[in-house]
Design a protein around this ligand. Structure first.
Ligand SMILES: Nc1nc2c(ncn2[C@@H]2O[C@H](COP(=O)(O)OP(=O)(O)O)[C@@H](O)[C@H]2O)c(=O)[nH]1
Ligand SMILES: [Mg+2]
Length: 378
């Protein structure tokens, strides 16, 4: 321990001086009063000696930060390696003719094995932000080889039918959560901030309660966002279902065990940036105390750009065993290519789609037919 001594005639000023040098939380060890004789007058003057402990340099947090940075760097690297090499292309104004005449060679090259209606369909899909590789996979399912041109064209199927066929081959659908066969009981909603976790949790809860007459309880781990639990509490009151908040794993575990006679427990988590590894780890830790019998649904907004959406899924997947994707805000985008790109490239099943802000109406179970309508229009 190192000590600094401040000397002067006013004790308060000495303390102030020490605080200015070492911060508000200084540790005063003790002080001495020295009496000085005054020459002009008889009597003495008080002189003070203040002993202050010099705070040690705090090294631990710095090292800790460094370690965190390193971990983040390693995860980043891993994610970069696992992200499929996808190049979103936005060519809404291209028609098949344009492709051969003016499109850069990469696009023409990509689609050169297709012709006629198949080529038109590919363009339509790409104009909705479906990635070219994904579009090709889907369209090929409805194609046959055209003998004259030796290229792929739609066979007897219409564009819609062809896309439905492709979707059925490449995308898995969970159906309604209450219809899963494995005795599923706990559903946890994770995802970035503001995507619609809380509102859509309650849409599903009200469907369970009102239409299926199921016993449902809601637990929120979201005690972080201002007003978050109030919003959830209001919904729970309207539905007349029990609502609990639990911000750490022990409490969550005991709350869940007390709710054993319920059909479903829906868990709302705090929204976190997918770059915030620390907080994602916290949510993982909280949920980790529960049984394996939990469906973790990653909630994502359809108006995310392709690259951002892949990033979100990849980062969340490093922390959670994502069982399905729930898409929101389909009403806020005209280019919902994500609905195909994400499930096809990540192979994660899809569950629901949120179509607006109204609770409980604006939610649908995802099926091949409604995905096609969102992408190609009715
Ligand atoms: N337009 C639109 N808004 C939505 C949809 N789903 C949720 N929202 C809105 O998005 C905002 C954030 O929703 P919230 O559930 O609080 O998001 P959370 O932070 O993920 O829990 C709210 O204003 C919701 O009404 C949707 O499908 N379409
Ligand atoms: Mg919320």
């Amino acid at each position: 321990m190192e000590i600094k001594i401040f000397e002067g005639y006013n004790l308060e000023e000495l303390i102030q001086e020490a605080k200015e040098e070492f911060g508000e939380d200084i540790k005063i060890l003790h002080y001495e009063v020295l009496k000085e004789r005054k020459w002009l007058f008889f009597g003495t003057k008080k002189r003070y000696k203040l002993f202050v402990e010099i705070p040690e340099e705090e090294e631990t947090p710095v090292q800790f930060e460094e370690i965190l940075d390193k971990i983040e760097e390693m995860i980043d690297k891993k994610i970069q390696q696992s992200i499929p090499k996808l190049t979103p292309v936005n060519r809404s104004d291209l028609t098949p003719d344009h492709i051969t005449e003016t499109a850069p060679p990469d696009i023409a090259e990509l689609f050169k094995e297709f012709t006629g209606e198949a080529l038109e369909l590919l363009n339509q899909l790409v104009s909705k932000d479906v990635l070219p590789e994904v579009a090709k996979k889907i369209v090929k399912e409805g194609c046959g080889l055209d003998i004259d041109t030796n290229r792929w064209d739609l066979n007897t199927l219409t564009s819609k039918e062809a896309v439905i066929k492709g979707i059925k081959k490449y995308i898995r659908f969970t159906g309604a959560f209450d219809e899963e066969k494995n005795g599923l009981k706990i559903i946890a909603f994770v995802g970035p901030t503001g995507v619609g976790k809380t509102t859509n949790l309650f849409k599903i809860a009200s469907h369970f309660v009102i239409n299926k007459k199921l016993k449902v309880a809601v637990i929120s781990t979201d005690t972080f966002k201002v007003g978050a639990t109030q919003q959830a509490r209001i919904y729970a009151n309207i539905l007349n279902i029990p609502f609990y908040s639990a911000s750490e794993s022990k409490k969550l575990k005991t709350t869940v065990s007390e709710l054993e006679n319920y059909d479903f427990i829906l868990i709302d988590t705090v929204g976190r940036s997918h770059y915030d590894y620390w907080r994602l780890g916290e949510i993982k830790e909280i949920l980790g105390s529960l049984s394996d019998n939990m469906h973790i649904v990653l909630t994502l907004s359809c108006n995310y750009k392709n690259e951002d959406a892949f990033e979100v899924v990849n980062r969340y997947s490093t922390f959670f065993d994502i069982k399905s994707l729930l898409f929101t805000k389909i009403d806020e985008t005209s280019k919902p290519g994500l609905l195909l790109n994400l499930p096809i490239e990540t192979k994660i099943p899809v569950s629901y789609i949120s179509t607006g802000q109204r609770v409980p109406e604006d939610i649908k179970i995802l099926k091949p037919e409604n995905i096609v309508s969102y992408i190609l229009g009715d």
